[in-house]
Design a protein around this ligand. Structure first.
Ligand code: ADP
Length: 178
């Protein structure tokens, strides 16, 4: 059985991620979407929330599983008997970092091959960070994440999914005050 691991932060899962998952699921017998537990990063959504959101979004794909790991990706890949690491490539700017990680992962686990799936142009500008930024300013993220995820984002930033109960001014690249 050909197993692939698709690792990432998925904070939260976007249509860009889902497109990669769907395409990987057509190539491999099993795809394990693996949420990295990175103590150095402060995610918006907890690990449990991210795993739950991914599980719901991936429910239509019968050969996709969701997991999480701490520590080395190469160890997780070995434990799960996976032969491939799937990553999405959006723009040239992704390349340098991805190239470095792929080479290091090959050194750490020569049995696993990193496979890059090139993003669809319509998702190539999409990242979890930009979605969070837009959502935090009350912008519509309907074209970027599922309805369920959009609701979770509203709840995070505005508690009720409507107004900002914190009343705080939000700043950022799209706010005019950033
Ligand atoms: P990380 O923090 O490891 O970059 P992300 O959740 O941001 O985790 O992304 C996980 C993987 O999904 C990475 O390979 C990333 O390049 C890819 N990815 C993220 N957004 C998109 C997108 N819009 N289109 C294609 N691939 C994407």
């Amino acid at each position: 059985m050909k197993v692939a691991v698709y690792p990432g932060s998925f904070d939260p899962i976007t249509y860009g991620h889902l497109d990669i998952i769907e395409r990987a699921a057509l190539i491999f017998d099993k795809v394990i979407v693996a949420v990295c537990i990175n103590p150095g990063k402060q995610p918006l959504f907890s690990l449990e929330e991210r795993v739950e959101m991914i599980s719901r979004e991936c429910a239509p794909f019968s050969n996709v599983e969701v997991g999480s790991f701490r520590g080395l990706l190469s160890d997780f890949v070995r434990q799960r008997n996976a032969r491939a690491i799937v990553r999405g490539l959006r723009a040239i700017s992704d390349f340098e970092n991805e190239f470095q990680m792929a080479l290091m992962n090959r050194k750490l686990n020569p049995a696993a091959e990193t496979i890059f799936l090139v993003s669809q142009p319509k998702y190539s500008y999409l990242s979890s960070s930009i979605v969070k930024e837009v959502a935090s300013l009350g912008g519509d993220v309907a074209g970027f994440v599922s309805k369920r995820v959009a609701t979770r984002l509203r709840e995070k930033f505005f508690q009720t999914g409507g107004e900002d109960e914190n009343g705080g001014e939000r700043s950022g690249r799209f706010s005019g005050v950033g």
